[in-house]
Design a protein around this ligand. Structure first.
Ligand SMILES: Nc1nc2c(ncn2[C@@H]2O[C@H](COP(=O)(O)OP(=O)(O)OP(=O)(O)O)[C@@H](O)[C@H]2O)c(=O)[nH]1
Ligand SMILES: [Zn+2]
Length: 197
């Protein structure tokens, strides 16, 4: 998986000074003393954190699946339990969980790590869970032209636990299907049962 060095020179890095300045201003506005020792480095730390959690702005997720292999395997392939961390676009609060991607190739397969990289590319930005789910399905569909794609994403949203309705432990599950999965209920069930193993 990408290391922090991969995030340098991205959009956050290019705007580092400005971001640090505005983080400091927010600290002042919430009533903090920005001169106290514990906070001196905080604007710079927050900016470095943004380089990681917003690294997706610097990646074209479609390019992630640029390398594929010709292979006549036309059975279900699933990469499950791909852990992701994203930020909800309504509150800029983290949400996180696991993404599961399944597809039935039609002459082309993707490197397995590329599916995990694809999840990184679409989640490391401000998002909603539904859009993550449909983007994963659409990008897989466009890049591999498979017989079918199914994506399930599970997420726990801090904006629902730490604030607002305060329902910790609730999970949101979203799914998207393309191709054969749309019409074939048995295939959807096979995918879901393989997620439970
Ligand atoms: N559909 C969807 N909603 C999300 C996601 N992340 C956060 N939200 C919701 O975005 C909504 C924003 O609603 P608003 O009424 O504008 O904001 P709010 O007053 O802070 O809402 P509460 O969270 O209910 O206090 C909330 O219901 C959140 O739960 C997501 O990934 N998908
Ligand atoms: Zn939210």
């Amino acid at each position: 998986m990408a290391g922090v060095k991969d995030y340098l020179n991205g959009k956050v890095s290019a705007n580092r000074e400005q971001i640090e300045y505005h983080v400091k201003e927010i600290l002042k506005l919430i009533g903090e003393n920005v001169e106290r020792e514990g906070l001196l480095e905080t604007p710079a730390r927050v900016t470095r954190m943004y380089e990681e959690i917003f690294a997706g702005y610097d990646v074209d997720p479609r390019e992630v699946l640029g390398v594929t292999f010709d292979e006549q395997h036309e059975e279900l392939v699933i990469v499950r339990d791909i852990v992701y961390y994203s930020q909800c676009e309504h509150h800029m609060a983290p949400f996180f969980g696991k993404a599961h991607i399944g597809y039935i190739p039609s002459g082309k397969i993707a490197g397995l790590s590329k599916l995990a990289r694809l999840v990184e590319a679409v989640t490391r930005k401000l998002q909603v869970q539904e859009r993550i789910t449909s983007q994963l399905a659409d990008i897989m569909n466009d890049a591999l032209h498979p017989n079918g794609v199914m994506v399930v994403v599970e997420g726990e949203h801090l904006c629902m636990c730490a604030r607002g309705v305060k329902k910790s432990g609730s999970k949101t599950v979203t799914s998207a299907v393309r191709g054969e999965f749309v019409t074939n209920a048995a295939l959807r069930s096979e995918f879901l049962s393989l997620l439970k193993q």
